[in-house]
Design a protein. Sequence first.
Length: 118
Amino acid sequence: QVQLVESGGGLVQAGGSLRLSCAASGRSFSSYVMGWFRQAPGKEREFVGAINLIGGRTYANSVRGRCTISRDMAKNTVYLQMNSLKPEDTAVYYCAAQIPSAREYDYWGQGTQVTVSS
């Protein structure tokens, strides 16, 4: 079992930056692929990006070039650095953990709100 707690959300003006954090506890953090997702009001949850066990990263087209995912194994924490934020980035952001062999993410945090004003 892995417990995930996001933090770092808030209100920011368009063009600004935020860094979200996701602290993991429980079973070995290093054994999981870590992903970030978001859900805007009235929309389905969407993939933002992920980082695998060896540091490989993937990003959604909507955030590529503006977001960077990193993980600190010593702190059991994964980060989502978001730059050049747009109003359409407004959403609740969730981190999630996936066993590499699994098809879906197994564990989810409670989410953190990001609001970008125009």
